[in-house]
Structures are given as structure tokens and as C-alpha cells.
Write a protein that binds this ligand. Structure first.
Ligand SMILES: C[S@@+](CC[C@H](N)C(=O)[O-])C[C@H]1O[C@@H](n2cnc3c(N)ncnc32)[C@H](O)[C@@H]1O
Length: 393
């Protein structure tokens, strides 16, 4: 059971409490009239704009320039902005050390010209696409195995001129990065380095996914990004770059991130994703009573329909598609993408109805196995993207 700590969002309108079956959840503390504003998020400790969109989506406010390059660019850091104001805000927030880190990573990525994977679909084509998810043991082993190399890199970065130490750096820098992942991990590392009010600590409050890697290759990419960061980042940041940081970030990103999508075409374009900790305590319902939209860099939430005191406040993780979906289709999505069987009122009612039918059909000996098989076989345990990307966004 995850704690109800002081770091969770606070409001006179709602309270975060434990539920018996769906972890923590948000409950109304007073009668809420339809349209009541609930929450506007403040910061994003970790986000990424996918490389193909970087020139067209402002790195600060996520404004989309509809296929045209944005006017303000920082070539060295690889960021583009819609206005000088956005550029200044981004640079102020990154600070000297952040900018130095981005320059190092961007220079490295540009020097490696091979195209990189930038979304979940790319993983589908890899040879081990049908392999099971790496288990907790696989994950622990992979991160453990690399510590020898990491130690050599740290020695080299500390000034050692011994051949094995220098060779370790050269060997790692010789490998092509997964550029988007590397940048996401860098963003998280910089959040860890900062003492922001809604930063790393609030990110760590989120429900972790103990097996967040959907492919063996994905786990390998993450471990490699860790080594790349060790080779590249300015020395004052090195102590922060640890397997715990990289794994902890990925465990929170999975199941909690929101997509960064276009705003004016129903969200057809998927630009990237990010973790907004304040926004990640709403559970999913197939009949949601909370609406959400992205406004620039923030997410805004409001009540849809009057809500009585004590009622749970839920968003949809299915982007509104739930209204058109059957119970099985909804379950395939929630199990496949987020790893949970939806326990919302609508699903419970539907399950009871299905169960009633099965019991009727089989003269009392049937059960829900048929139904449950469809749900689990339909997804084969494979998510819809690397980070629940299509989830909340
Ligand atoms: C973004 S978090 C929501 C907050 C989370 N319950 C917590 O304790 O922090 C998403 C996770 O909440 C749980 N969850 C959300 N909606 C649910 C639902 N309708 N039924 C069951 N579990 C749900 C699942 O474990 C899911 O992976």
C-alpha cells in the first residue's frame, strides 16, 4: 500500500485516500458543481518531445507550429521555441549546469547519425518483440551486470588515465544512443538535481511499475542510456546518475505519464510524453466525472456533472473512446496498457451482467473464465507503447 504522504496535491475540494482495490484515489470533500475547476498542474519533472517533432513543437509551452520550424532555436541544446519569452524561460529553468548537460548530450546524439527509436511502435519490430517482459530478476541482473563498466567510466571521469577506464568510455560512446530515451533520462536527472517544489520528490510519490520494460531491448536501451549519461554529463551531476535514479524514473513514468498531443485536431499528433505528478492520482473510470485538457505546459482538470461529497473523482485513460467500447475491449486496453483490470462501477456492473448470462447459459456451472481469457489473451501482456504513452494524454 502506497503512503498518503505530505507530498500529495492538496485542495479544499478533494482529498487523496486509499481504496481497497485501486490504490490511492481522489475523493470530493464537498458537493462539486459541474464545471468546477479542480486542479492545474505546476511543473513537469520529466518530459520528452520526440525527435521528429522537436523543430515544430515549442520545448517550453508545447505549442505546435503545424509542420513549420519554430523561429527561436538553441542549436547547441537541440531545443526550439515559439517566442523569445519561452526560450528565456526554458534557459532560466535549465540553469548553467542544465544547459551544459544538454549541449553535451545533443552534440553526442548529432554525431551519431543513425536513426533512433522514438516510440513504442519501433520496439514492435525488434527480434524479441514476442518475448516476455523482463522480470524483476532480469531487471536487477541487467542493472547489476553493468556496474563494473559504470565504475570504470566513473574512474575515467575522475581523471584516471588507466587504459581499461578510458577504453570503457570509448566503448560506450561508440554505441548509438536511443536519443529520445537519453534525453528523457537527462531531463529526469536534471529534475533530481534541482530543488523544485513539484520535482523529483513528488515524482517518487507516484505508483511504481516493478516491471516497466516491455522488451528486453528496451531494458538494454535504458541501461545503455545510463552509461551514456555517465560518460557525458558535467562532473557535478555524476553522483546523481545511478541505476536507482534511472530505474526509479522509468518505474514512475510507466503507468503515470501523459501524452503530449496536438490540441486542435482531436489529439491526432503524438509529440511526446511527460510525467506531471500532481495529475497522476486520478484513477480511471469508464464513466469519468472529471474532464482534462492540456493548456500549454500544464494539465487542467474540472468536474463534469455534479458530484456529491465523498464520491471518487475519476478521469478516463481511454481518451473518451470508452463510450463506444465493449467491456472486453475496455479491459484489453486497461490490462494491455496499464496492467490493471478496471474496477470502475461501469465495469463491475458489466461483469455482473456477463456473469449472470454465463450462469444462465450453463445452468449454474459456468464462470467468467471465458470472459477473462479474452481479456488476457487479447493483450498478451503487451502494452500499447513504451510508457503507457497513449494513456492519459
Ligand atoms: C495514474 S495511477 C492512479 C493513482 C494510483 N491509484 C495511486 O495509488 O497512486 C494508475 C494506477 O492506478 C490504478 N487504477 C487506476 N484506475 C483504476 C481502475 N479503474 N481500476 C483498478 N485500478 C485502477 C492502477 O494500478 C493504475 O496502474
Amino acid at each position: 500500500m502506497l503512503p498518503i504522504s505530505n507530498g500529495l496535491p492538496k485542495s479544499p475540494l478533494f482529498q487523496i485516500k486509499q481504496t481497497p482495490t485501486a490504490g490511492r484515489a481522489v475523493f470530493a470533500t464537498q458537493f462539486l458543481k459541474s464545471g468546477t475547476h479542480l486542479l492545474t498542474t505546476s511543473t513537469i519533472p520529466a518530459s520528452i518531445l520526440l525527435r521528429p517533432y522537436k523543430r515544430e513543437v515549442c520545448a517550453q509551452c508545447f505549442h505546435y507550429n503545424r509542420g513549420r520550424n519554430l523561429p527561436h532555436k538553441s542549436i547547441e541544446t537541440g531545443h526550439y521555441f515559439c517566442t523569445l519569452k519561452c526560450s528565456n524561460l526554458w534557459h532560466d529553468e535549465a540553469g548553467e549546469i542544465g544547459i551544459a548537460a544538454w549541449v553535451k548530450v545533443e552534440t553526442f546524439v548529432k554525431a551519431k547519425k543513425r536513426p533512433t527509436f522514438h516510440n513504442g511502435e519501433a520496439y514492435e519490430n525488434l527480434p524479441d518483440a514476442d518475448a516476455p517482459f523482463p522480470t524483476e530478476e532480469d531487471i536487477e541482473r541487467s542493472w547489476g551486470e553493468v556496474e563494473g563498466t559504470a565504475h570504470f567510466i566513473r574512474q575515467a571521469r575522475a581523471g584516471s588515465t588507466k587504459k581499461p577506464h578510458r577504453r570503457a568510455v570509448a566503448a560506450v560512446l561508440n554505441v548509438h544512443p536511443n536519443a529520445d530515451l537519453l534525453c528523457f533520462q537527462l531531463d529526469g536527472t536534471l529534475a533530481r538535481a534541482k530543488d523544485a517544489p513539484v520535482g523529483w520528490d513528488s515524482l517518487m510519490e507516484l505508483v511504481p511499475d516493478s516491471t516497466p520494460y516491455k522488451r528486453v531491448q528496451e531494458l538494454k536501451d535504458h541501461v545503455l542510456s545510463y552509461l551514456h549519461l555517465l560518460c557525458l554529463l558535467p562532473l557535478p551531476l555524476l553522483d546523481l546518475v545511478t541505476p536507482e535514479l534511472c530505474l526509479g524514473l522509468t518505474q514512475r513514468d510507466s503507468h503515470n505519464s501523459f501524452g503530449i498531443r496536438s490540441l486542435d485536431d482531436g489529439g491526432d499528433e503524438f509529440f511526446g510524453y511527460g510525467v506531471w505528478p500532481e495529475a497522476s492520482f486520478f484513477n480511471h473510470s469508464c464513466r469519468p466525472n472529471v474532464g482534462k485538457r492540456r493548456e500549454g505546459r500544464s494539465w487542467v482538470f474540472w468536474v463534469e456533472g455534479d458530484v456529491d461529497v465523498g464520491k471518487e473523482l475519476c478521469i478516463s485513460y481511454l481518451g473518451g473512446d470508452e463510450a463506444e467500447m465493449s467491456l472486453v475491449e475496455r479491459r484489453v486496453m486497461t490490462v494491455g496498457t496499464w496492467g490493471f483490470e478496471c474496477g470502475c462501477g461501469t465495469c463491475v456492473e458489466d461483469v455482473m451482467r456477463e456473469k449472470g448470462k454465463v450462469l444462465g447459459d450453463t445452468n449454474g456451472v459456468g464462470d467468467l473464465n471465458g470472459f477473462e481469457m479474452v481479456a488476457s489473451n487479447g493483450t498478451n501482456g503487451v502494452g500499447n507503447g513504451v510508457h503507457g504513452l497513449n494513456g492519459h494524454g
